[in-house]
Design a protein around this ligand. Structure first.
Ligand SMILES: O=C(O)[C@H](O)[C@@H](O)[C@H](O)[C@H](O)COP(=O)(O)O
Length: 389
């Protein structure tokens, strides 16, 4: 299966401002020069289906072997494009009773058999990173989006995680926020508070909310100032590569149009690289006034999780991770057996597109992981190249 590839280049310069969201004294942070970062996507799924010979011929560079994640252990030696009925896939996924995981050079795609399994997997992943960073850095910086992501975090407030996660080490931020009062129904803070934050003992001072008394411009500047302060105090790590804040975990939802954060398709903010936090007053998704992290900051994260559930996301997931041009002979696909039997590594394609959806521009300095339920992955699965013996 083909995944498109993209490249993002940026070179921002931010000046510290005067004011801290968190009520702490502010020192500015100078950012280093900004090398290009790239996002490349390739992934493979592997059920046991026969391969049409013509397409096998079009992928001559397939190199190695992987176990089939869904059913029995099949050795991979070829690839084919074949339509698969979704029900069949769902049956396979649920009879196997576990996650289908695929991996590429700089990303993984986890396809779960249901939204509930997705929530379990996301909780396990987040708790693991929380433990890792709490031990390593004494802090865990987590960035939330709005939307359905918050519901998908529900397993984290249940046992065992409610008792085992070191909540006191958490520092919480928003990748985007609507410029509305915090008790407004549109507030991402309110959404997260009601569904998640009110149920876990994260110290209030560790929750970095927007100043809702300010305009969109003011709130964006203010939030950026808060981030700069927390960088100077080493709460937020710094990317050695970009000089930008390096959040330990960024949890992103995505819209059916392929937006992430408040970075919408064809909106100029997608290219913003002069600021860490930008404002938007014409968001196509209401409400119109928001603040948002820019891509250079998102992509400097140590870990990014892209979370999508439901059939409404199937088309855009397929657009981002699938594609119709896999038969291109120009594409080299190399498969390397990974440590886990249900993980496949695929080298990124040399093909780069200049017209990417925002979700396709997401990368991570460390690791990008997609969490999809079978509905969100349904177009991907039906239009994929399947690997088998
Ligand atoms: O404030 C926002 O609007 C969100 O942060 C937004 O970026 C959200 O994550 C996506 O729109 C996905 O939302 P759903 O998961 O609800 O579709």
């Amino acid at each position: 299966m083909l995944i498109k590839a993209g490249r993002l280049r940026s070179a921002p310069t931010c000046q510290p401002t005067h004011h801290s969201l968190c009520g702490l004294p502010l020192q500015g942070v100078r950012m280093a020069s900004w090398p290009s970062s790239s996002c490349n996507f390739t992934a493979t799924l592997s059920p046991s289906l026969p391969a049409p010979p013509a397409l096998s011929r079009s992928l001559p560079t397939l190199q190695s072997v992987v176990s089939n994640p869904l059913a029995c252990s099949l050795r991979l030696k070829t690839a084919s494009r074949i339509g698969v009925n979704r029900k069949k896939l769902e049956d396979r996924a649920s009879s196997a009773g576990h996650v289908i995981t695929t991996e590429k050079a700089k990303g993984k795609v986890r396809v779960l058999d249901s939204e509930d399994s997705l929530a379990v997997s996301l909780a396990e992943y987040t708790a693991h990173l929380s433990d890792k960073f709490a031990k390593q850095r004494g802090a865990f910086t987590v960035v939330l989006s709005g939307g359905s992501l918050i519901k998908s975090l529900r397993k984290l407030v249940e046992t065992p995680y409610i008792d085992t996660v070191e909540w006191s080490k958490w520092h919480v931020f928003w990748v985007d926020e609507r410029v509305v009062p915090k008790d407004h129904a549109d507030s991402n803070y309110k959404l997260a508070y009601d569904g998640f934050l009110s149920k876990v003992p994260i110290p209030t001072g560790n929750i970095c909310t927007i100043n809702d008394a300010l305009s969109a411009e003011g709130a964006a500047d203010d939030y950026e100032t808060c981030l700069k302060h927390l960088v100077t105090t080493n709460i937020i790590d710094v990317s050695q590569a970009t000089g930008l804040p390096k959040f330990d975990l960024m949890l992103l939802g995505m819209g059916p149009d392929g937006h992430v954060a408040s970075l919408f398709p064809r909106h100029p903010l997608v290219q913003a690289d002069k600021q860490w936090v930008a404002f938007i007053k014409d968001s196509p998704k209401p409400p119109p006034e928001r603040i948002t992290f820019t891509f250079p900051v998102i992509n400097s994260s140590a870990n990014v999780a892209l979370v999508a559930a439901g059939a409404g996301k199937a088309k855009v997931v397929n657009e981002a991770l699938g594609g119709d041009d896999l038969s291109s002979d120009a594409r080299r696909i190399e498969m390397i057996k990974a440590g886990k039997p249900d993980v496949v590594n695929v080298a990124p394609s040399a093909d780069q597109s200049s017209d990417l959806l925002p979700v396709e521009m997401v990368s991570a300095e460390g690791e990008l992981t997609w969490f999809l339920d079978s509905e969100a992955a349904s177009d991907l699965l039906t239009c994929s190249y399947w690997m088998f013996d």
